[in-house]
Design a protein around this ligand. Structure first.
Ligand code: SDX
Length: 387
């Protein structure tokens, strides 16, 4: 007698599926804390507002890697290490020059970052000191990958990194072929600070999941880049810009957004799994977006952004997230829209690597359960008898 063809699914064992792991606390971490009700973000003890107003990206990188701010000597050492590691292997530069000019920049960043591992003697050494050095290398080299691909696809010379200056300064120099002014450097540095870390977001989860199998940090960051690329995550900033740019000059923005909502479309740059009020990072980005729009005669884009913000609040009670105003900031700086998510990635690599180091220091294989909804013990049917 054949077993009953279809057993009941395991609801007795797994009564509830938390789709998207919504509400599941899967890790303990000292890297950041998000209070979604208060709209508060803390990096290893320091409020994001404090860091955006007083710190630098390199100082924040140290904070995330070591859970404390550096001394002057330690920060100088880290800056020297980052500068020393900025150069790219020739093979990677050649890849940037020879790959398809139409390739998606985040795909190029994913491929080139993975390729860095081929030339890192410590790539397969899974020890804390080696993983920290690799964290520095990827943080130092990603700006050169992004800027290098941008210039290569424009048919311009791929510039060697500078041997001085901040990450923000060197990135803008390699991208534009001229040294940036103080304001541009400061804006980029603040953007890098506020994009660096954000708890258990999807791409950081990927970094920890890869780490948990004792795989290497290049694999973890490659996977994290792939996750961030998605429009529901880091890809939203580019999607925001594309939405703004397709609006006619005389567009009725309020009517457009209401139409999108009526069609149950998501408005990119709004909403968040954790925040129930405005993302604290959006406040800094909105301030910079307004200042830059005034300076670059792009007030139309900024005014539309404020109108969209108002409609979304009134219609859905939803606030901007980090991706909404970052779009106008980067666009006002003359950065190509499809590079926006790459800039997110070259900052978040500090958070991804900080979580990798933390996971490796207190590891347990990440392996959740699933509720099986298929059939069980079906009888075999020879192919000739299948219809
Ligand atoms: C980032 O996790 C992180 O911390 C990420 C990040 C980080 O720093 O790492 O903060 C960076 O990824 C920011 C998010 C960027 N993505 C977007 O801007 C894409 C648009 N946003 C949405 O897709 C959405 O808000 C998410 C994905 C961000 C969050 O989605 P959830 O938590 O799964 O919420 P949901 O989709 O279930 O929405 C709940 C309700 C729904 O309404 P109902 O269907 O229940 O009536 O809110 C509505 C949604 O329709 N809603 C939106 C909306 N976001 C939520 N409606 C219109 N537009 C939106 N953007």
């Amino acid at each position: 007698m054949t077993k009953k063809a279809v057993d009941t699914i395991d609801t007795d064992k797994y009564p509830h599926v938390n789709k998207g792991l919504d509400g599941i606390v899967a890790f303990s971490s000292s890297k950041s804390a998000i209070d979604g009700d208060k709209g508060e973000l803390i990096y290893a003890g320091y409020n994001i507002d404090t860091l955006a107003e007083n710190s630098t990206f390199e100082e924040v990188a140290f904070l995330l890697w070591f859970d404390r701010l550096p001394t002057r000597k330690e920060l100088d050492e880290l800056n020297d290490q980052l500068v020393a590691e900025r150069h790219l292997p020739d093979t990677v530069v050649n890849y940037l020059k020879n790959t398809s000019k139409d390739a998606e920049p985040m795909s190029v960043l994913r491929t080139a970052t993975s390729m860095l591992g081929d030339f890192d003697e410590e790539a397969e050494i899974n020890e804390p000191e080696a993983n920290f050095r690799k964290s520095i290398r990827m943080t130092a080299k990603m700006p050169a990958i992004i800027a290098g691909f941008q210039r290569a696809r424009d048919g311009k010379e791929v510039l060697a990194p500078l041997k001085e200056g901040s990450t923000a300064y060197d990135f803008l120099y390699m991208l534009n072929g001229e040294r940036p002014g103080e304001k541009a450097e400061k804006v980029m540095d603040i953007c890098l600070i506020i994009h660096a870390e954000h708890g258990m977001n999807a791409s950081t989860f990927v970094s920890r999941a890869v780490c948990s199998t004792q795989s290497d940090i290049y694999s973890a960051i490659t996977g994290a880049i792939g996750s961030l690329k998605g429009p529901l995550h880091g890809g939203a900033n580019a999607a925001v810009m594309n939405m703004l740019l397709q609006l006619d000059d005389d567009a009725d923005v309020e009517a457009y957004i209401k139409e999108q909502l009526a069609e149950r479309k998501k408005i990119m740059g709004f909403g968040h799994r954790v925040y129930r009020t405005i993302d604290p990072r959006a406040k800094h980005l909105q301030k910079m977006a307004k200042e830059l729009a005034e300076e670059t005669d792009m007030m139309t884009l900024y005014n539309w952004s404020e109108q969209i913000q108002s409609v979304m609040k009134n219609e859905k009670g939803i606030d901007p997230n980090v991706d909404f105003f970052s779009a106008t900031v980067y666009y006002s700086m003359g950065i190509k829209t499809d590079l926006f998510t790459c800039i997110f990635a070259m900052s978040r690599v500090t958070g991804w690597t900080a979580h990798f180091l933390e996971q490796a220091g207190n590891n347990r294989l990440i392996r959740p359960r699933q509720l099986y909804t298929g059939k069980k013990n079906l009888p075999w049917v020879p192919i000739e008898e299948r219809s």
